[in-house]
Ligand binder design. Structure first.
Ligand code: CO8
Length: 258
């Protein structure tokens, strides 16, 4: 088992929980934290005992962005050759559903990390923003792309060009956030949602995630075709037989994840 210094990793039944834990830097995302989150998430993704992941931060900050003190001396040839930030793409490529549970600041890379997840639960204290412009740069792990897809061009442009933060209410209205919960219930709600997902048929949950994500990558006709193929494929699983038999027999299903 790995030991981590910048995150806490726990198993809660079939849910894998990753808590960002650099409280003195408001969970700023330095290289070590990136490597640890990606390693822990990848391990959960491969673990057949885990059905869903939750990534959360502290009450004050989900994450206040990339670590400004670590990156201020970076130069183009070095970061280009190192593929700096490239490992974050592996988080977006996980197969199992990932829930971001966001309280407090989710700024810059923190907002981008939340948007790399599949379900975004926000505490009423959550504050989202892409303040990179104030540092003379732009987002680097998909913020300009995912925020624009989530909230539309006008709001994304305004937020990215001014660096203004938006609160949970505005973020929910704009479609960035799945649901707002009181701050003191954020983790329990996130874990309950994750348990619900983890109790579904694992192949169906992965097909579902792949299919919804397809909506961002392709045309409507291709997306519908992709969905139809997976829908047909679902009839090859024992879980489809179990789910439908259980419905007919008026009992809860017991999925075998196969
Ligand atoms: N990097 C490094 N240290 C940070 C960061 C950060 N992003 N944010 C906060 N800290 C540190 C502060 O320096 C301070 O440390 P110290 O006590 O040693 O002075 C400590 O955390 C507490 O912070 P504050 O005293 O500033 O706390 P406040 O409550 O007064 O303010 C804010 C909270 C408003 C969140 C403020 O800290 C802030 O503005 N932080 C910077 C936010 C920001 O600009 N984020 C964007 C960074 S750029 C970015 O993310 C680029 C994305 C590219 C890809 C990212 C991949 C991960």
């Amino acid at each position: 088992t790995e030991t981590y210094e910048t995150i806490l990793v726990e198993r809660k039944g079939r849910v894998g929980l990753i808590t960002l834990n650099r409280p003195k830097a408001l969970n700023a995302l330095n290289t070590q934290l990136m490597n640890e989150v990606v390693a822990a998430a990848t391990a959960f993704d491969r673990d057949p005992e885990i059905g869903c992941l939750v990534i959360t931060g502290s009450e004050k900050a989900f994450a206040a962005g990339a670590d400004i003190k670590e990156m201020q001396g970076n130069r183009f040839p070095d970061v280009y050759l190192d593929d700096w930030l490239g490992p974050w793409d592996r988080l977006g490529a996980l197969r199992k559903p990932v829930i971001a549970a966001v309280a407090g600041f989710a700024l810059g890379g923190g907002c981008e990390l939340a948007m790399l997840c599949d379900v975004l639960l926000a505490a009423d204290t959550a504050k989202f923003g892409q303040p990179e412009i104030k540092l003379g740069v732009i987002p680097g792990i998909g913020g300009s792309q995912r925020l624009t897809r989530a909230v539309g061009k006008a709001k994304a442009m305004e937020l990215c060009l001014t660096g203004r933060m938006m609160g949970a209410e505005e973020a929910e209205r704009a479609g960035l956030v799945s649901r707002i919960v009181p701050a003191d219930q954020l983790l329990s709600e996130a874990l309950a949602t994750a348990e619900t997902i983890a109790a579904m048929s694992a192949p169906a949950a992965i097909m579902m995630k792949e299919s919804v994500n397809r909506a961002f990558e392709t045309t409507l006709a291709e997306g519908v075709r992709f969905e139809r193929r997976l829908f047909h494929a679902a009839f090859a699983t024992a879980d489809q037989k179990e789910g439908m038999t259980a419905f007919a027999e008026k009992r809860p299903p017991e999925f075998q994840n196969r």
